[in-house]
Design a protein around this ligand. Structure first.
Ligand code: KDO
Length: 330
C-alpha cells in the first residue's frame, strides 16, 4: 500500500467514525411497511410514537412497500438498511420456525390475549433469539384484527359454510409458507402475493379472494372489488413493532425507556382504534353492498386446528408453550 493510499484510507475511516451519531445527535428511524398512511397502526406510529421520541429521533415512515418489499424488512433491519418495521409472526417464522405457533389459526383469542402472551415470560426466549440472531428487537405487539374470507363471488354463486366450500377457491395469501399453510388449512387453494398487488388482482379476477380483517378491507378498498365476507375469524392477527438492535444499543438508557414507552403507547392507541373500527365497519360495508355472514365457524376451527396439530410447524413449537398460550386466554 502506498503512503498516499494509506493516508486517504485513514482519512476515510476517521470520517466514518466521525459520522457515527453521538448520543446527543438525532437518529433517523426509517420505517418500511406495506400498510398505507391511513392504517390505524401507521397513524398511531406517526401521531403517538414519532412525537414521543422527537427529542432524539426523526421518524421517517415509508408506506405501501415504497422502500422495502413486503417480507424483506427484517433482512433490511439486520443489514443496517432500515431501522423499523411492522413485522409479522409469519415473517419471523421464516427465520425461526417456532414463531409459527403465533401464526396458527384459532390460537390467539382476542387483542387482550395477544398482549398477555407478548408480555408473558413464555415470550422471552422468542424475543431473545430474534435479538441475538437477527439484531432485531420486538418492542411491542400491535393488533391487526380478525381475519375473514373476502371473495369476489356473491353468495348466489358461492356460499361459504364449511372448509369444503372453499375447495378450488383461489385465495390470495401473503407470500410465505406459514401463510400458504393457513390458506390450505382453510380448504382453499392459496396464491402467494404481495399486499400492494391485491386490489388489482381482485379487480381483474386473477384471484377469487383474499383474507384480512375488516379495517384492512376498508382501508385498502377491497370492498370495491369484492362481493362477500364470510366471518371465519380464522386468525386473530398481530404484528410486532420491530426495531434495529444496533440503533437501540446506541441510545442512552433514558432514550431507550422513552422509546419503549412510545412504542407501547402507539400500539395501545392503534389497538383501541382498530377494535373500534372492527365493530363499526360491518354497517359501512353492508351499505357498500357487501354480503356479510357467519359461516359454520366451529367446522373451520376444527379443520384448521387439526391441520396445525399434525403439521411440521407444531413439531417446532417448544414443549408446553401452546398450553401456556391457551392458559393465558379466557
Ligand atoms: C397482508 O399482506 O395480508 C397483511 O395483512 C399481512 C400482515 O402481516 C401485514 O403485513 C399487513 O398485510 C400489512 O401491514 C398491510 O396491512
Amino acid at each position: 500500500m502506498t503512503h498516499s493510499f494509506k493516508t486517504s484510507a485513514l482519512a476515510l475511516i476517521s470520517t466514518a467514525i466521525l459520522a457515527v451519531p453521538a448520543f446527543s445527535d438525532t437518529v433517523t428511524l426509517r420505517l418500511s411497511t406495506p400498510a398505507t398512511d391511513t392504517d390505524q397502526r401507521t397513524i398511531a406510529l406517526a401521531e403517538v410514537f414519532a412525537p414521543a421520541v422527537g427529542a432524539f429521533a426523526t421518524y421517517e415512515p415509508h408506506y405501501n412497500s415504497s422502500l422495502i418489499a413486503q417480507g424483506s424488512e427484517l433482512e433490511a433491519i439486520a443489514s443496517g438498511d432500515l431501522e423499523m418495521s411492522i413485522t409479522s409472526a409469519q415473517e419471523l417464522a421464516q427465520f425461526f420456525p417456532e414463531f409459527s405457533i403465533f401464526t396458527a389459526g384459532y390460537v390467539h383469542q382476542d387483542a387482550a390475549h395477544q398482549v398477555a402472551v407478548f408480555d408473558d415470560a413464555l415470550m422471552a426466549p422468542f424475543k431473545q433469539k430474534v435479538e441475538d440472531e437477527l439484531g432485531v428487537k420486538l418492542l411491542s405487539v400491535m393488533y391487526l384484527g380478525r381475519r375473514h374470507v373476502n371473495l369476489r363471488q356473491c353468495p348466489g354463486e358461492l356460499t361459504v359454510r364449511t372448509p369444503a366450500d372453499l375447495a378450488g377457491v383461489n385465495l390470495r395469501m401473503p407470500g410465505s409458507e406459514a401463510w400458504q399453510f393457513l390458506g390450505r388449512a382453510l380448504g382453499a387453494n392459496p396464491t402467494p402475493m404481495a399486499f400492494t398487488e391485491v386490489y388489482t388482482a381482485l379487480q381483474t379476477g386473477s384471484v377469487d379472494g383474499q383474507d384480512n380483517p375488516l379495517p384492512t378491507v376498508v382501508d385498502a378498498k377491497f370492498y370495491e372489488v369484492t362481493c362477500q365476507i364470510a366471518l371465519t375469524s380464522h386468525l386473530v392477527d398481530l404484528n410486532y413493532i420491530a426495531f434495529s438492535k444496533a440503533v437501540w444499543d446506541g441510545l442512552t438508557a433514558e432514550q431507550q425507556a422513552t422509546l419503549q414507552h412510545a412504542a407501547d403507547a402507539a400500539a395501545e392507541s392503534a389497538r383501541q382504534a382498530q377494535l373500534q373500527k372492527e365493530n363499526d365497519l360491518v354497517a359501512f360495508l353492508e351499505e357498500q353492498g357487501l354480503n356479510i355472514y357467519e359461516p359454520d365457524v366451529a367446522s373451520f376451527r376444527e379443520a384448521v386446528q387439526a391441520a396445525y396439530l399434525s403439521s411440521d410447524f407444531a413439531a417446532t413449537w417448544p414443549e408446553g408453550v401452546l398450553d401456556k398460550v391457551n392458559a393465558l386466554g379466557k
